[in-house]
Write a protein that binds this ligand. Structure first.
Ligand code: ADP
Length: 439
């Protein structure tokens, strides 16, 4: 599958998952808010209905025990606007509006029929109100005239030997309107939030995927380069050995050239494998440093000595100027390895009469090592990519000099685990300059 397709699929997958998660979160939040708001909005109406159940009960006791009592004898806390239900049917004030103007009382006989009191209300309106005499003491919703919303409760009361029903209704149109508007606003807000979260998740997924894509690209490139680098010497070795087998009678001296090439390629191969292992260890953070206090100027002088001799033999100038003069905590072997890589390159990429220079100094309390040369220099592109694995300025020429483009990557990772930095720049007027900074 193509790289972009995999990335696209991952992006869509990530977005979908985020979308589902955000939708669930926002919907749950919306449901909680909705149920909280609606229950608190209706709670006063519910309370009103339940309070009136108690009042009706007081009223019923009063009627049963004190048949002859008048309304004035009702308990003090009893709302005098509550209908007076006496045992005398004619005296029952039916369908009377209570103190709360939103409350309505409908008195019904045991068959559920309204006990009439003509003229007080529009009778046809009340006849539309459904009544179920099996649904008692439970608050329920009822729609009247297809537009007015009520909450209601039915109670059964005993009138001497007769059972009558009280249906108490409270108008909740206002609450209903508020809930409707609130739900609309809530739904719109949830949808906006989900869309915003989708956009945010797209941007975030892209951002999170970027380093993964980059390192994946690097990894693929690395594997391709590594297999290519490994294949080249292997092909040469195979070809040379096949050639040797073609003439099994011939002497080694006659085939010395082929044998030498095979040997060189074998060496190259084993160096390459060693370098790859060093980088693999660095990648998995398995580089164990053996930190010790080192007189670094002294160590550099000793390590540079063979290179100085080599440079002199090639008629190149070699300058060593060491001014740090302190001890430093480093892994001696690893820093030596870095110095060897830099000096090896300096020798490789300089010509007769060029100069190679090593400087050490202290700057802002830090150790600085500069390795510069007046050699062929590095291109502008090279300055940006030189520490990348397998990067070589001129691949064909570098193969001749034995380089695989891993030396500077190893140097970089060593300095990195030391907590230092390594930089490259053009040396004025020509050549290359590396600067290493350690704490
Ligand atoms: P190699 O084993 O090929 O030298 P390096 O990682 O050490 O690998 O170097 C990468 C490339 O950087 C080299 O192939 C070379 O083109 C360039 N390079 C490194 N050091 C120098 C230098 N001192 N002068 C010019 N080019 C250099």
């Amino acid at each position: 599958m193509k790289e972009e397709n995999i990335v696209k699929r991952q992006l869509i997958k990530g977005m979908l998952l985020n979308f589902i998660a955000f939708s669930l979160i926002f919907s749950t939040l919306g449901c909680i808010i909705y149920s909280q708001v609606s229950s608190s909005l209706y709670s006063s109406s519910n309370q009103e209905l339940l309070n009136n159940k108690n009042r009706t009960a007081i009223m019923q006791d009063f009627q049963i025990n004190k048949n002859e009592n008048k309304l004035e004898d009702l308990p003090e806390n009893f709302n005098s606007n509550i209908p007076d239900i006496s045992n005398n049917k004619q005296k029952i004030q039916k369908n009377i509006q209570a103190a709360n103007p939103r409350l309505m009382y409908i008195f019904r006989n045991k068959n559920g029929e309204i006990i009439e009191e003509k003229g007080k209300y529009d009778q046809t309106y009340f006849e539309q109100i459904k009544f179920d005499n099996t649904n008692l003491d439970q608050i329920y919703d009822i729609l009247v005239d297809n537009q007015y919303k009520y909450r209601a409760v039915n109670y059964k009361i005993q009138q001497n030997d007769e059972e009558i029903y009280v249906q108490i209704l409270i108008n909740v149109d206002a609450e209903n309107d508020i809930i409707m508007n609130f739900s609309k606003t809530l739904i719109i807000s949830i949808v906006i939030c989900i869309i915003l979260s989708l956009v945010a998740s797209y941007i975030l997924s892209k951002r999170t995927l970027k380093p993964i894509i980059d390192s994946w690209k690097k990894q693929t490139e690395f594997v391709q380069n590594a297999s290519h680098e490994l294949r080249t010497p292997l092909t040469i070795i195979q070809a040379k050995q096949e050639l040797l087998l073609e003439e099994p009678q011939s002497k080694i001296i006659d085939k010395a050239k082929e044998i030498t090439i095979s040997l060189n390629e074998t060496k190259r191969l084993s160096k390459l494998v060693k370098d790859l292992m060093v980088l693999a260890r660095a990648d998995s953070n398995k580089t164990n440093l053996k930190i010790e206090k080192i007189d670094i100027d002294n160590m550099i002088r000793n390590s540079a000595e063979p290179f100085q001799e080599l440079a002199n033999s090639q008629k190149k100038k070699f300058v060593i100027d060491l001014n740090y003069k302190k001890e430093i905590n480093i892994d001696k072997f690893k820093i030596q390895q870095v110095l060897v890589i830099l000096l090896d390159n300096a020798i490789k990429y300089t010509e007769k009469d060029d100069q190679i220079e090593i400087n050490t100094l202290e700057k802002d309390g830090k150790f600085i090592l500069e390795v510069s040369d007046t050699g062929i220099g590095i291109s502008e592109e090279g300055i940006n990519h030189i520490f990348e694995r397998f990067y070589r300025e001129d691949k064909a020429r570098n193969r001749e000099t034995g380089g695989s483009g891993l030396g500077l990557s190893i140097a970089y990772s060593i300095i990195n685990v030391h907590g230092g930095t390594i930089k490259v720049e053009h040396n004025k007027p020509k050549g290359t300059k590396f600067e290493i900074k350690l704490k």
